[in-house]
Design a binder for this molecule. Structure first.
Ligand code: ATP
Length: 240
């Protein structure tokens, strides 16, 4: 089943159009990667899909025309932003609780069990539950950002550069968790500059260049495509 269907999406800032008619889709239980160079429009794409920027074209979620960010959150689409918008002077636990705020407003009162689920995925967060978010390591912050998104019980997670600034080993840990989320039935759209890691993780990939989809296909095929190898995989890139 197709969860997210984006067709002819254009968006930008003021008069500067950054995305020019992007078409892509994400099926249930699928990890889809968007790779591409700096400035290609990857973050803009996430924000436009999420309704955080004015957009043209069509965004459908589970067969319905997507509304604004609030609509998407209520329907189970959650963005984990690049800036890791954590509340640095609040505890791990309080940050997690805020992730369930929209559900709480809709009447959900199962925050304790949701938090227990998040702690099962990220035992490190359980150990540090009373620590201030601002004092966590980079990897732990990324875990908290993911954990907070999980508190919303998402159907689709939009991940913006989860590897940013992390050491290669930590990237491996985080990507293993992301693969595990797919196994729990959560679909994932991930934007990454680390093309090597992203194409290993994902099922299907899109290469975004200058606001357009230059190539797309199953990741196993993309990883062997001469252009992708030359431009994105040729040299082993540092992830840190
Ligand atoms: P990176 O991998 O470096 O994060 P990206 O592929 O995510 O890059 P975007 O951040 O989407 O690229 O930026 C695409 C283009 O839009 C760039 O030219 C950037 O300068 C421009 N841009 C991004 N944010 C804004 C903004 N708030 N106002 C104006 N222009 C912006």
């Amino acid at each position: 089943m197709t969860l997210l269907e984006v067709d002819g999406l254009s968006a930008g800032y003021g008069r500067a159009e950054v995305l020019h008619g992007v078409t892509l889709s994400v099926a249930a239980k699928q990890i889809v990667a968007i790779v591409g160079p700096n400035g290609a429009g990857k973050t803009t794409l996430m924000h436009a899909v999420m309704g955080l920027l004015p957009r043209q074209g069509s965004v459908m979620f589970m067969g319905q025309k997507a509304g604004d960010a609030g609509w998407l959150v209520r329907h189970g689409v959650v963005l984990v932003p690049e800036t890791r918008a954590l509340f640095t002077d609040m505890s791990v636990e309080d940050n997690l609780e805020l992730g369930a705020f929209a559900r709480w407003r809709q009447g959900a009162r199962d925050l304790r069990s949701s938090m227990a689920d998040v702690f099962a995925v990220f035992p490190r967060l359980a150990e540090r539950r009373r620590q201030l978010a601002g004092t966590l390591s980079g990897g732990e912050r990324q875990m908290l950002a993911l954990g907070r998104a999980l508190m919303a019980q998402p159907r689709l997670l939009l991940l913006d550069e989860p590897s940013l600034g992390l050491a290669p080993k930590v990237v491996g840990d985080i990507f293993r968790v992301i693969a595990g989320l797919r196994d729990r039935g959560i679909a994932i759209l991930i934007v990454e500059q680390n093309a090597r890691a992203a194409l290993q993780l994902a099922d299907y990939g899109y290469v975004l260049e200058m606001g357009r989809v230059a190539l797309h296909g199953p990741c196993v095929a993309l990883a062997e495509d001469a252009r992708v190898v030359e431009t994105y995989l040729g040299r082993r890139r540092e992830t840190g």
